[in-house]
Design a protein. Structure first.
Length: 325
C-alpha cells in the first residue's frame, strides 16, 4: 500500500533507494532489519523511551544508549550485544518496564485512550469514519493521506459528538476533546509470573459491567473497561538455548536480546539469550508481567455520590479487584 505513496516514492528515487527493499524490511522479510524493527531492543523502543523521558521529565529514559550501540555485533542475521553490555541492557529493559507502569499505563493516559477507542468505534459504526483499506489506498494515491492528521480527526470527533443525541457519545467527546479525566471505578493491578487467570478476569469484568451499571441506574455504555498484560521481555525465559543457536523454534526467538560470547582468539562463538545469562537480572524476572484491568465511568467527576456508588458496586461484583477507590 505504501508503494503507492508518490511523495515517499519520489524521496526514494531521489536518493536511489529500492522502495521494495524498504517495505520488505517493514514486513519483517529481512531478518536483520526485522530485529531492528521489532524486538526487545528495537529502534522504536529506544526512541520511545528517550522521547518519553524528555517530554514527561521522568528519569526512566536515562539509559546508556551510546554505550549499548558501541556493544552491538552482527552475526549472521542476528544483532547481538557483547557480555560487557548485559548490565546496561538489563537497565534498558527494566527502565522500559517502569516507564510503561508510570507513563503509558497511568490511570489518566489509559482512561483517555479507552475513551478515544470507544468514540472512534461509535464513529465507524455510524459511518462517520471510513478507515477501510480501500479508503486508505485511495487517500494515499490521491496525495491527501498526509492531511488526515490529529487536527482532522479532532474536527471529525467534535462534529460527531455535537450532532449526536446519545448522551454517552457526547460525554466521550467532551472527555477526549476537553481532556476531562474519567473517574476510575476500580482496578486490579498485579506484577506476577502467572498469567493463567488474566483472560478469565477480563471476561468476568466485561460481563459484570452491565450489572454494575444497572445497580446505579445507568446504561452499560457508561462503563468502559481497559486491560493489558505486558512482560518485561517479549518472550520470557521460555525458549531453549538450542533453538536460539540453531535458528529454529518459534517466531519469538527473533524478539530476544542475544548475547555474543567469543573465545579470546575469535575461533569459537556462541549466542545465548539474555534471559539465560547467569549475570543478567533478566534470568530471574523475564517472565514477570504487568497485568492490569481498570474500569472507568462516563459520569461527571464532580458527582461524588454516584462515583462512590459505582465503586461500591464494583467492589461487590469484582472481588479480585485490589482497588475500588
Amino acid at each position: 500500500m505504501a508503494l503507492h505513496d508518490k511523495q515517499l516514492s519520489d524521496v526514494f528515487a531521489e536518493h536511489h533507494i529500492d522502495a521494495e527493499r524498504i517495505w520488505s524490511m517493514v514486513r519483517g522479510e529481512c531478518p536483520v532489519a526485522a530485529n531492528l524493527i521489532s524486538s526487545d531492543f528495537d529502534a522504536d523502543r529506544i526512541d520511545y523511551l528517550l522521547r518519553t523521558s524528555h517530554h514527561s521529565g521522568v528519569p526512566y529514559g536515562a539509559i546508556d544508549i551510546d554505550y549499548l550501540l558501541t556493544q552491538l555485533r552482527v552475526r549472521g542475521d542476528r544483532i547481538c550485544i557483547t557480555p560487557k553490555a548485559v548490565g546496561a541492557m538489563d537497565h534498558f529493559l527494566l527502565s522500559r518496564f517502569f516507564d510503561y507502569q508510570q507513563i503509558a499505563f497511568s490511570k489518566a493516559v489509559v482512561g483517555f485512550e479507552r475513551c478515544l477507542q470507544a468514540l472512534i468505534a461509535e464513529m465507524l459504526a455510524a459511518g462517520q469514519l471510513d478507515l477501510s483499506p480501500t479508503w486508505v489506498r485511495n487517500e494515499i494515491a490521491s496525495g491527501t493521506w498526509a492531511l488526515r492528521d490529529e487536527s482532522w480527526l479532532s474536527a471529525e470527533m467534535r462534529e460527531f459528538a455535537l450532532e449526536s443525541k446519545d448522551p454517552y457519545i457526547k460525554r466521550m467527546g467532551e472527555a477526549v476533546l476537553q481532556r476531562r479525566q474519567l473517574p476510575l471505578i476500580g482496578e486490579c493491578v498485579v506484577v506476577a509470573n502467572d498469567t493463567s487467570h488474566f483472560a478469565e478476569h477480563q471476561h468476568y469484568t466485561q460481563r459484570a459491567l452491565s450489572t454494575i451499571a444497572a445497580g446505579a441506574g445507568l446504561d452499560p455504555k457508561s462503563l468502559l473497561m481497559w486491560s493489558t498484560s505486558v512482560r518485561i521481555t517479549k518472550v520470557g525465559a521460555s525458549i531453549p538455548v538450542s533453538d536460539i543457536m540453531e535458528g529454529s523454534g518459534s517466531d519469538g526467538i527473533a524478539q530476544l536480546v542475544p548475547v555474543l560470547y567469543e573465545d579470546e582468539d575469535g575461533s569459537q562463538e556462541r549466542i545465548v539469550p539474555i534471559v539465560d545469562v547467569d549475570s543478567s537480572l533478566m534470568k530471574l524476572v523475564a517472565d514477570a508481567s504487568y497485568q492490569a484491568i481498570r474500569v472507568f465511568a462516563l459520569v461527571d467527576e464532580r458527582d461524588r455520590p454516584l462515583r462512590q456508588k459505582l465503586q461500591k458496586l464494583a467492589k461487590q461484583e469484582l472481588l479480585f479487584f485490589n482497588n475500588c477507590a
